[in-house]
Design a protein around this ligand. Sequence first.
Ligand code: PLP
Length: 380
Amino acid sequence: MKFNTKTIHGGQHNIDPAYNSVMPPIYQTTTYGQSSPGEHKGFEYSRSGNPTRAALERSIASIENGDYGLAFSSGLAAIDAVLKLLKPGDEVISTSDLYGGSYRIFTRIYEDFGIKFHFVGMENVANIEKFINENTKLVWVETPTNPMMNIIDIKAAAAITQKHNLLLAVDNTFATPYLQTPLDLGADIIMHSATKYLGGHSDVVMGSLVVNDKSLAQKLYFIQNASGAVPGPQDCFLVLRGIKTLHLRVQRHCENGRAVAHFLKSNSNVDKVYWPGFEDHPNHQIAKKQMSDYGGMVSFTTKEGTLESAINVVSRVKIFTLAESLGGVESLAGHPASMTHASIPKKDREKTGVVDSLIRLSVGIEDIDDLIADLAQALE
Ligand code: PLP
């Protein structure tokens, strides 16, 4: 099956033997009757498994070209499950410019459990190798990075992790499997904040993992069930519905993102524009190689370069909504320094480019003329 068919049919055959419904029923149940102890039809308790969740998990695995999918109650719960594969004394090498919440769970929760994190600029993947020692277990890659839109060469990172027998996890939230499929490039684990493009309508918080290796899937399934951060069936239904239009939506996000990036580049009140589709983007060649297009996320700094100027712009937009999050059909504008990345100390975030004048746009699928007119009036 090709991608545009998988979004609709991947893992969905025979989802309702009772009535052949086209969408899976929402199995709003906690438990399932057993004919004798341990004799059941595949589900016994909805933390351990639920048919609506299973339909979604198969769909997510299918679109990521993976064998096993797992859904969690948020993207951070999915990250949490990956970190629970580790033991005190283990070390993780992570992208230095990443979602603030990922940084927070790494440094404020798991460092206290004796896990050490190294934050490394991975635009040059050779930097990863400098931090590998006998305690290293996991390399965490986010690409494109949030919010600086750096691109990390997944295939080159996988060559390093395979050589040293480490796990490579890729946060594929920004790209979505429409644009890149990290398992095909050698990653071991794909993580999503399904809250974003997979759900696509800003109405569900959810996370997911996809892997190919059976024993890794079993370990993660054990953690999913033992820790219990699972999504409810109604939310699984909504994300499954979202995935059915993922290809159409992301295609339009990319078209609009491209137009917005070029508009911003030509605007005299804008300083830098971060979008991997520009030929002068430092990692453009890698983006071109590993992604099929460049996505709908665009970041930029104001010409004035002050906190006030950025706050002014994000407060003046009318069609863009000033809000956290991304990846929904509607356009959002965010101020990373005070919103998504406020949990990263100022000196650390500024090192990676998250300065006070940086604005991050999640370009939606509205009419592009309206989006550009809105940005033009806000920047004036
Ligand atoms: N990863 C990235 C790249 C994100 O942008 C986010 C949320 O913004 C997360 C992970 C966390 O996901 P969630 O908010 O669903 O817990």
